[in-house]
Write a protein of this length. Sequence first.
Length: 531
Amino acid sequence: MESEQEQEQKQLYLRKEILEQKYDPQKFIDFLISKKGETAADITNWTLEELKSVVIEFKSLNKNNTTSVNNTNKINNNNTNPESKPKNKNNNIFYNDELNNEWLFITPDSEIPPNLNISNTSNTSSENNKIIEIDCLEPDHSPLSNYDKLHIKISSPKKEYDTTGLKGFFMKTIYYTFLLENEELKISKRRKYTDFEWLRKTLCRLFPGYYITPLPLKSMNVNKVNKIEKYTRDLQRFIDGILEDKLFKNSSLFYLFLSSEKESDLIDLMNKFDEVKKPRELKYYYSRDGKIILDYKILNSSNKNKLVKIKDEIDKHNLLFNNLNKLLKNLCEQIKQVSELMLQISNVFKDLNNLENKLENNNNKFYNNLELFFREQSNLEIKKMNNISIELKEYFKFTNLKYISSLKELYDQFDFENDLYYKASQNLKKRKEILYTNGPIEKWELSENEKNIDIKNKDEVIKKILPKDTAVVKEIKKYLVYYSIRLEQEYLRLKELIRKENDVTFNNLRNKSMDNCEKLNNFFKLIIDSK
């Protein structure tokens, strides 16, 4: 029987060589099983030297196949029945220790992570119908809290050069800064795209489970004028999205991001917040009212199927939006061709007008008005193309990014927690079955007042044995419930938000179309009068 120190040494080695280097842990376990059979998933069946040898072999076969922990072990979304999933042969539980930002292999003899509030409670038949209320953190109170309505303008993109560092020693690095302005707050600061990128990443970490407006995707053609203008508009949408929600608007992080005077102040701010890890317990999470309500009914099969269907809707929207953007792009190209044709017609009428004036020396303005009409028509077609590009094509492209990428972030977190809970609960269930069938009662970890339990009552025994490990799985389930609720609520909130934005976009297009129609009517009157 190996000592706890030997087991801990092996776990430490695996965390360093597999998890910290972002190899897929499930793929590694499958590789172990292929080497030693199903018992290989139990770490006690390996010596440290054997593990070192197999890790080297595994890495050599998976040099370019590292993955982020948050994207590993995805469940099959087309299969929502847990009983039909393949059985996980691993007798250990993987648990994400958020306090230390690492993964632990929890075995029957492992010490329970200190950040878990564990009590020796047993499962109850009504667990999936219970509701828990948790006091958590309310929105911060920064100087921005005093403003119900606040607008921060993003404008004046400026090309700048960085000649510092090793890269700058050999070549100039071109980047753009954008001006953030607000007269009330006396704010006038320049920020780089990477600064906005850092802000969003940090907000996502500090406020897990909430939708945060996405940033525009980086482009290789960022030097083009139209790309810079688009970046400016999308950054404005990002800042507007933060200002719309008091949870983010009132955060000290956002206020300090806006008010940091010097570049060095901003760097200090980044270093400070980079040290702040994701909250390790739900009581350290934020909510808009300082309460987290965990309704376990969301894990009932009908509700859970709704959550899984969100992924199908995301995929369908993605396909439709992509198709829409291709069609709108094609439409813009054709409108441009029509505009050029209108301009050619205008030039012909201009030549006709000149010819008429030379030959007859009259003041007939018919050709002249037609020339102006088609020239204005050409201009209106260009305006129409720009309206479709900005108000529709660009809008729906951003909406796609906003709807798809942000919801996918929330879904992936739910998916991850769901997969983690499934594996942990299945592993625990299997270990309990083995202990009940083969294991001595001393290994059941029963408390003194439970040792007289009727061992023939299998269901009751299964509930009582391994209380610490049961508590770990319950804690994992708690986070699954939290992210399930957040996915559903943010999904509904985002749909309503986009519906309102659609109304604004439609009104903008309608007003511009009416304005164009009025101009055309005026030109028609001129042409008729000239005859």
